[in-house]
Design a protein around this ligand. Structure first.
Ligand code: HEC
Ligand code: HEC
Length: 304
């Protein structure tokens, strides 16, 4: 409701709700006042199918009181809980509050489970089947929608299983990535490179760095233009984890392989975000996830 710019709809909905309840009460009152004249044998005088008559009995008292109680309860509920438009209710109950309480309760209950991992190194945790089982479940619930259930990623979403890192693959780097999130920014570079022809030449130079098929004449012409890229990707093109600038000399492509993809990257740039998980996951959970992610590209040491 709070998404509306005026409170018209709030008042409209609250009005319908209250008028509805009052209407129910009125209906009850009006119908209970009106007495149908009964005949001597206590029937309404209506007869169907020759001998089928209708008795004139009032509704049972207890039923009437239940009706009244429901109406009173309805008003009480609307005072206590949010039910009238944007009115928040006297108890201050919210869906989000209840959810957060449940999360807090679950986290407290899980604390002893994670306590054992707190003193372990990432390397040891990666060898611990219990830790990895928890890590896998956390990954499936929180990370797989972007990185894939096998953690191999897809276009724009990096593989976490290949040992190639944008932001560093040491346990502390991975922990920081998950905790704080990361934003990779490649600015549009066409203007800094020069003409479209220059952009094409740099593209071929980039292709040459990974030994991909390229035009070697264009690559040699583009080499000097790569200076504009070196600030982030390094003179040798091997990238810079501090800036999240990928290694361009390997054959791993986050945003697509080939001339068209690289030219698009230079012309348009790209902003890519890994969302911070600190608000969603506890430090203990992030700790286990760090080990799980680290373990994906260090399988040899794992006992699984
Ligand atoms: C909404 C999509 C999304 C979700 C959910 C998500 N990630 Fe990411 N993640 C990304 C993107 C996009 C990047 C790449 C950021 C960049 O280009 O700099 C990334 C990068 C990373 C990296 C750095 C990879 C590298 O090469 O340095 C790690 C580690 C990572 N994510 C782990 C996780 C974990 C663990 C979770 C679950 C808690 C998770 N991610 C959830 C989108 C997501
Ligand atoms: C300000 C730093 C910066 C500069 C300058 C820069 N880049 Fe980038 N580049 C990045 C970052 C960061 C990414 C990763 C974006 C992401 O997180 O998805 C990237 C990604 C790329 C990619 C995609 C790699 C892949 O795996 O798909 C290519 C290709 C690329 N850059 C080429 C260049 C070229 C060529 C230049 C020079 C004309 C250049 N970049 C200049 C920061 C930079």
């Amino acid at each position: 409701m709070s998404d509306f710019t005026s409170n018209f709809w709030s008042i409209y909905v609250a009005g319908i709700t209250i008028i509805g309840i009052i209407g129910c009460g009125l209906l009850l009152w009006i119908t209970s006042r009106k007495k149908v004249e009964a005949t001597a044998d206590n029937t309404t005088g209506h007869v169907w199918d020759e001998d089928l008559t209708e008795m004139n009995n009032p509704m049972p008292r207890w039923w009437m009181w239940l009706f009244v109680l429901t109406i009173v309860f309805g008003f009480g509920y609307l005072v206590a809980y949010p039910g009238l438009g944007t009115f928040k209710g006297q108890l201050g109950w919210t869906q989000l509050g209840e959810y957060q309480q449940e999360v807090e309760k679950a986290n407290t209950e899980l604390q002893p489970l994670y306590a054992r991992f707190a003193s372990m190194t990432t390397e040891d945790m990666a060898k611990d089947p219990a830790a990895m089982a928890i890590g896998e479940r956390l990954f499936m619930n929180n990370c797989a929608q972007c990185h894939g259930s096998d953690a191999r990623g897809s276009k724009g979403f990096p593989s976490l299983a290949d040992g190639d890192w944008l932001h560093g693959g040491a346990p502390d780097d991975i922990r920081k990535t998950i905790h704080d999130g990361r934003v990779g920014v490649m600015p549009p570079m066409a203007a800094a490179v020069g003409s479209p022809e220059d952009v094409r030449n740099v593209t071929h130079y980039v292709l040459s760095l990974s030994g991909s098929p390229h035009d070697s004449l264009r690559a040699s012409l583009g080499k000097s233009k790569f200076a504009a890229c070196a600030a982030c990707h390094g003179m040798d093109g091997k990238g810079n984890a501090a800036l999240g600038a990928p290694n361009l000399t390997d054959d791993i492509w986050l945003h697509g392989w080939g001339e068209a993809a690289i030219t698009a990257m230079i012309n348009n740039g790209k902003t890519n975000e890994m969302p911070a998980q600190a608000g969603k996951l506890t430090d203990a959970q992030i700790n286990v996830l760090t080990a799980y992610v680290w373990g994906l590209s260090h399988k040899a040491g794992a006992s699984r």
